[in-house]
Design a protein around this ligand. Structure first.
Ligand code: ADP
Length: 404
């Protein structure tokens, strides 16, 4: 931000609203949003009720509701487009439906996750109902004592037991999606991201071992032999190349287009619920797991994806990502508003799916059939693309002012 010539002000030194952007945390939002008047130009980095998508239980509730709605309108088959998250129940409220499901699929592994925690905290796997009834007794035993806080809400979710493995290790994928408006929905997908590998070889024998089953960096970095510069992260470009070499372009393109479907369906599921405010934007971190059939599964969506760098390469990724968030937000007013690519971000949804530019098709007035989505594709030219874009925008402005 300083590199852009911006100045930092603190809440003490700034006059009310004498600022342009606040990279606020969620606590600030909760305490201040409802009674702050934001001037026209001001931007903040969360929507008021972002948790509708980023709390594990609410995300599932919104997706289920949207699926039902779509099925009612377009028939049962259309609901299949929503089958990208593992079966999930909220506990304790859906305990009894969960038990029925558990009994239908005896032998399956389940994963318990506290809804309001992150970084793998409080997560455990289980196979027997007894493991959770013991837990249930401890956590949820009817407690008439009001001085004891009510127990935490959890989700229980089918464990994806057959993840895609590379060198015998499990990984999940972090993808960044920027929403600049919910009404109309406008979403940008960042080309780069990474796959986070677990430190230990995958096995179903030790379901208690977090180093094997949880791919969070916060967990993995506590492993005794963790080395951040070696092998714990791959760029999405590296992953896409690896998968393409093994499975061919068609299969991998299908996987990546299924991921696009996940991003869009999730955003649409809260489109009517999120309080749309032109001052707000949100950069989500989507966590996706591939299974052995290359099917992508949505694990969760983060409202404040970690911006801490774990290596030199990670620093470059996050520096470029944040720079391009600011470029899309465009407080400097350099863009025309018609851009489909700004640095590493591609516009994937603008009140409808955005298609790739294709001058040949444009020339004959037929739109291209290829979506404007390039996850895991070449991004080394992002600075060059920005320089060209700004140059051509400045030229157009200069021509316009000369003409007037
Ligand atoms: P947190 O918010 O604590 O990071 P996540 O839902 O992201 O919780 O889960 C943490 C990790 O656990 C994930 O990165 C993934 O490796 C693993 N995990 C979570 N849910 C599943 C699942 N349903 N199947 C397989 N692995 C999972």
């Amino acid at each position: 931000m300083r590199g852009r010539g911006w100045q930092e002000v603190t809440s003490e030194s700034a006059q009310p609203n004498e600022w342009d952007i606040h990279w606020c945390d969620r606590e600030w939002l909760k305490e201040n949003y409802d009674h702050t008047y934001f001037q026209e130009h001001v931007r903040i980095c969360h929507f008021r009720n972002h948790y509708e998508l980023t709390r594990k239980n609410l995300m599932v509730k919104n997706l289920r509701r949207m699926k039902k709605l779509v099925e009612r309108e377009n028939g049962k088959m259309s609901g299949q487009a929503f089958e990208f998250y593992p079966t999930t129940f909220e506990l304790p409220s859906e305990y009894h439906i969960f038990v029925e499901e558990f009994k239908r699929f005896l032998g399956h592994i389940w994963i318990m996750k506290p809804v309001a925690k992150s970084q793998g905290k409080g997560i455990f796997l289980f196979k027997k109902l007894k493991d959770i009834t013991d837990w249930k007794k401890g956590e949820y035993s009817a407690n008439p004592d009001p001085s004891i806080p009510t127990p935490e809400t959890y989700v229980v979710q089918r464990y994806i037991h057959n993840p895609y493995l590379i060198n015998g290790r499990k990984f999940d994928i972090r993808v960044y999606v920027l929403v600049t408006s919910y009404n109309p929905l406008k979403a940008w997908l960042y080309r780069s991201g990474f796959a986070r590998f677990s430190n230990q070889r995958y096995s179903l024998e030790s379901i208690d071992d977090s180093y094997v089953h949880l791919t969070n960096v916060a967990i993995q970095k506590t492993a005794p032999d963790y080395d951040p510069e070696k092998g714990s992260k791959w760029s999405l470009q590296q992953l896409r190349r690896y998968l393409t070499a093994r499975h061919g372009r068609e299969a991998v393109d299908k996987t990546f287009s299924e991921m696009d479907n996940i991003f869009i369906k999730c955003l649409q599921s809260v489109q009517k619920v999120i309080i749309n405010d032109k001052h707000c934007f949100e950069m989500y971190g989507f966590d996706i797991l591939l299974d052995e059939n290359l099917k992508p599964w949505l694990i969760e969506i983060n409202a404040s994806p970690s911006l801490t760098a774990s290596s030199g390469e990670d620093y470059m990724l996050k520096y470029g990502l944040l720079t391009d968030v600011l470029n899309v937000i465009d407080l400097e007013g350099r863009l025309s508003g018609k851009e489909k690519r700004v640095g590493g971000f591609d516009l994937i949804w603008d009140d409808g799916q955005v298609m790739e530019d294709d001058s040949l098709w444009d020339a004959v007035c037929i739109s291209s059939e290829t979506p404007n989505s390039f996850l895991g594709c070449y991004n080394d030219d992002r600075e060059e693309q920005l320089a060209k874009l700004y140059k051509s925008l400045a030229l157009t402005k200069a021509k316009q002012s000369a003409a007037s």
